[in-house]
Design a protein around this ligand. Structure first.
Ligand SMILES: O=C(O)c1cccc(C(=O)CC[C@H]2O[C@@H](n3cnc4c(=O)[nH]cnc43)[C@H](O)[C@@H]2O)c1
Length: 236
């Protein structure tokens, strides 16, 4: 089975391109936010599936479908679990602001799952996610997907309270995970921390350092991904 890495922007794609190309892993920059991530991932997975069907029985090189999709890029880190520069790997990929505001009561939000309308959490294969986290020396815990980046200490504290052990926040993981689930592929989320989750402070961002750390982390992660993909049976 093949592996697809999905980033938001070309700078993240370019950071991992060389090490992924050497391993035959495709990389796609799908855009910022959960909708762009879901759309780009679903299109790539569907095209690969169609390519496999069309190649079946033909003499052309048969390309397997994707069995694993990795949402990768920079993200905000929940201090102190994930300081700036830290790699993080998701134990859970959580839609943290997909639901309804509930003004009454102690909890101001109820998730789409609690409302009975669908899934709010996707879980990577734990054995693989833990192995990737170990290889990368990453913080391991829930990674939150938001449509609006946190900009206050109060919001950061509320998210940390609602999601104990959360290591990072970003804007694409749940979209990638939804598309992967639709196509029967496993999912991972791997990020490096560019800024602390909390008060909006662009001066505190360390994007070049986070991109460098992403490239370095993928150098250690790709052999683990290769090993896992070889163990997964070929396409049906
Ligand atoms: O302008 C701001 O203050 C601001 C604060 C946080 C994030 C943004 C973005 O535009 C993020 C876009 C991009 O980067 C990822 N990312 C990185 N850090 C965070 C974060 O703290 N919260 C959410 N997303 C983050 C994200 O995955 C996007 O692809 C602007």
């Amino acid at each position: 089975m093949r592996t697809l890495v999905v980033t938001a922007v070309p700078a993240e794609r370019d950071a991992v391109a060389a090490v992924c190309a050497a391993a035959g892993i495709d990389v796609l920059a799908a855009g910022v936010g959960p909708a762009a991530a879901a759309a780009g991932t679903a299109l790539a997975l569907a095209r690969a599936e169609r390519g496999t069907r069309e190649a079946r029985g033909s003499r052309g090189a048969r390309k397997a479908p994707y069995g694993l999709v990795v949402s990768a890029g920079i993200g905000g880190g929940f201090v102190p679990l994930a300081p700036v520069g830290t790699p993080v790997v998701a134990s859970e990929i959580v839609a943290a602001d997909l639901g309804a505001e509930t003004p009454d009561g102690s909890e101001p939000f109820t998730s789409v799952a609690e409302l009975g309308f669908g899934t709010a959490v996707h879980r990577p294969p734990p054995e693989l996610a833990r192995a990737v986290a170990e290889a990368a020396g990453a913080a391991y815990g829930p990674v939150l997907t938001v449509s609006t980046a946190t900009g206050t200490a109060g919001r950061a504290a509320l998210l940390a309270r609602r999601h104990p052990g959360a290591v990072a926040e970003a804007m694409e993981g749940f979209g990638v995970a939804q598309a992967a689930a639709l196509c029967g592929a496993a999912v991972l989320e791997v990020r490096t921390v560019s800024n602390p989750v909390g008060p909006r402070d662009r001066a505190a961002w360390r994007i070049p350092a986070a991109l460098e750390a992403l490239a370095e982390a993928f150098g250690r992660i790709v052999p683990v991904l290769d090993g896992w993909s070889e163990r997964v049976p070929e396409a049906r």
